[in-house]
Design a protein around this ligand. Structure first.
Ligand code: ACO
Length: 431
């Protein structure tokens, strides 16, 4: 929505009237389409702290209030009443599905969970202890070579790619876990399965494929996937959108998103948080000593799973994870000692001036690692699980950018700070 002039900028005597784009909720944006042409200046905003890269109608966050909504629906309502596939439909298509639409999606996804032998061989080519996010990114990029009828930009092919990515990423992640544990693959049932239950069966069943998946674990997994399903223009989603802006395929764009997610400041924080709890326990440090180290900053320690670029209050996803962690860990006999330590850390941090003045609260990653561990996932699989959850968001954003007439290839400017023009110095003349 563009409204008439509402802001002015004066640069070296040139006054620019700037239009303000109104949001439905949240920050309005000052549009600067003619800044460079009219003033010869660009803006600089490291980390995009003040820059909106697009308009989007998928997810709304109010970081001060701790609000998160997918397509208008509050995350707590989706967490308590919805399922991951239903949320995937909501994010991708904009509305909650009818019963028939949801059943059709579930059936279509189930039918496509099998992966080509080429992908199985690809996964076998790496050491069993290889970093799974690196393989996952490669596997997702490679998937498109087996499904050339899903790389086009027309409606059918985009829909096919969306279903294939939801279906096959689950199987690839299950296989990555099986290989890391020394096992071999088992085949997906191709029909009549629940997405999350089938993912857990493919991950944990013995080689004969028969296993009763605990409904509590199934529900906790479903919830974790819902909580990770989208988070507007975060690092990996922005990556997906910028790669997609070059008209790269959905697979290539999502594979790049997986790479962005792998960093410890983004999706890797869940694993880092668990390592931190383990290390505190092993070092014999008290929780108070560790918090003092974090505040001191000299050792570079951060309280992993704390802080967020957008949330300046409790991450609403973190609150949901904490509730389910409390239930599941106590019931499954997971690592209650570490959970208690995490809660103590949270308690101290939330009442400490350092964290209060910087508005640092637990984010979604603070408790997820404990939960994943109790379910039987090794730490290296935590970030791939995040990727599985984030898949509908990446797909929805890629599709939104595809159909947005304002999408242009992402190509930032820079402030050049290097040498000015100088003459080439022949080798013998160099000092
Ligand atoms: N522990 C201790 N101090 C912190 C933490 C933390 N976790 N996070 C931020 N701070 C401090 C910084 O040292 C800085 O202090 P200063 O003002 O004295 O210099 C201040 O808070 C602001 O921090 P920035 O790094 O500038 O904030 P930014 O918005 O750039 O970073 C981030 C956000 C990366 C999430 C950061 O809070 C962090 O590193 N957290 C730990 C990693 C983590 O949990 N990442 C998961 C994010 S959620 C997700 O991806 C799903």
């Amino acid at each position: 929505m563009v409204e008439p002039t509402a802001a002015q900028l004066s640069v070296d005597g040139t006054v620019l009237d700037l239009e303000v784009e109104r949001s439905v909720e949240g920050n309005d944006g000052i549009a600067i389409p003619r800044l460079l042409a009219d003033t010869g200046h660009v803006t600089i905003d490291p980390g995009f702290m003040n820059t909106a890269a697009c308009e989007s109608s998928i997810t709304y966050i109010d970081g001060e209030a701790g609000t998160l909504r997918y397509r208008g629906y509050p995350i707590a309502q989706l967490a308590s009443q919805s399922t991951f596939l239903e949320v995937a439909h909501l994010l991708i298509h904009g509305e909650l599905p009818s019963r028939a639409e949801l059943e059709a999606l579930a059936e279509r996804v189930a039918r496509h969970m099998q992966v080509h032998d080429g992908i199985k061989n690809f996964l076998r080519a790496f050491p069993r202890d290889a970093q799974p996010m690196a393989i996952l990114s490669g596997a997702i990029s490679a998937l498109q070579t087996f499904y050339p009828d899903s790389v086009g930009r027309n409606v059918e092919e985009v829909e096919r790619a969306s279903v294939l990515l939801l279906a096959k990423t689950a199987t690839v992640i299950a296989y990555l876990q099986r290989r890391s544990q020394g096992g071999d693959y088992i085949e997906p049932h191709k029909s009549g399965t629940d997405y999350v239950e089938e993912f857990l069966r493919l991950t944990f069943a013995p080689q004969d494929g028969a296993v009763e998946v605990d409904p509590k674990i199934c529900r906790a997994m479903d919830l974790l996937l819902i909580l990770h399903a989208d988070h507007e223009q975060n690092c990996s989603t922005s990556t997906v959108r910028i790669v997609g802006s070059s008209q790269a395929t959905m697979y290539a764009s999502v594979a790049a998103g997986v790479s962005a997610l792998s960093g410890p400041l983004h999706g890797g924080a869940n694993e880092a948080a668990l390592h931190m709890f383990d290390e505190i326990k092993a070092s014999g440090d008290t929780v108070d000593t560790f918090v003092a180290k974090v505040k001191d900053k000299s050792e570079g320690a951060r309280l992993m799973g704390f802080g967020h670029r957008v949330y300046k209050s409790y991450d609403p996803r973190g609150a949901e994870v904490k509730k389910v962690a409390d239930e599941v860990l106590r019931e499954l006999g997971g690592n209650v000692e570490l959970f208690d330590m995490a809660q103590r850390l949270e308690e101290i941090a939330l009442s400490d001036e350092y964290f209060i003045e910087r508005k640092l609260y637990p984010n979604v990653d603070f408790y997820t690692g404990l939960l994943y561990k109790a379910m039987g996932f090794p730490p290296s699989m935590f970030t791939p699980l995040f990727a599985l959850g984030r898949m509908p968001g990446w797909i929805a954003h890629w599709r939104e950018a595809l159909t947005d007439p304002r999408t242009k290839i992402g190509r930032p400017r820079q402030i050049y700070t290097g040498a000015q023009e100088r003459a080439y110095v022949p080798m013998d003349a160099r000092g």
